[in-house]
Design a protein around this ligand. Sequence first.
Ligand code: ATP
Ligand code: BTN
Length: 252
Amino acid sequence: SPNLKTDFIGRNYLYFDTISSTNDYAKEIASDSPDGTTIVAEEQTSGRGRMGRLWVSYKKQGIWMSIILKPDIAPNDAVKLTQVAAVSLVDAIKETANLTSYIKWPNDIIVNGKKVCGILTEMNGELDKINFIVVGIGVNVNVDSFPVDLQDKATSLSIEASKKIDRKLLTASILNNFEKYYRTFLDEGFLNIRNLCKEYSLTLEKDVKAIMNNKEYVGRAIDIDNDGNLIVMFKNGEKKAITSGEVSIRGL
Ligand code: ATP
Ligand code: BTN
């Protein structure tokens, strides 16, 4: 595609009509695939969200894709790639659909209060070494309507913009922005990404209930720290860093 302006993200581009899950396939082939390999499918039969949830992926109505990355970073830093993807998506959605979106920390992109996009980052490696990372991105682009149980939570770009959005242009824009911010992260560190995450955040300055390791923490989200954690401050002034791995954020 002439719209793709990247050096390596999406240059090895694997396209499927139907697939179980682009993340599952990416993990299968990652060891033998070059950095930046991107898997795109028109439809997923078992798309996955975080915490083992099902991700609805209607045929030709969204962008269901996974990017394989092989960065030389510490395994603890892998979660920051979710934030790299999130800021890329906010910019790409603005460029392509002219919609303002926000990041619901850590992995949801929200337009007009509803979820248009989710990110699922998975890592393979040991304690001290990454073999590969898969960044899975699901965008509801031209979904006309959602099942009843999702209607209050989910939306699509076409619903919010009241027009069809070009999936090819949006895919290229996501990959272009992703490469730009991924480079920024690798070359200059997390600070720039962190600042953009804070600027685009829907979660900061709000009262939240964070559930981590089966414990609930109710407080105000006051910061995203340099590890990508959400800092929650309790009424007594104490602070807690919430790691994104196993947390569920609910506005109060
Ligand atoms: P959190 O990540 O904060 O715990 P969540 O992402 O589960 O919350 P919501 O965004 O409020 O919470 O709910 C969306 C729910 O709908 C999730 O369980 C998500 O997996 C599911 N879902 C499935 N398919 C889609 C889709 N295509 N678009 C949006 N949501 C979807
Ligand atoms: C979430 O919000 O819980 C994350 C949703 C991630 C969905 C994408 S679609 C492409 C990739 N393949 C999957 O099975 N999941 C991710």
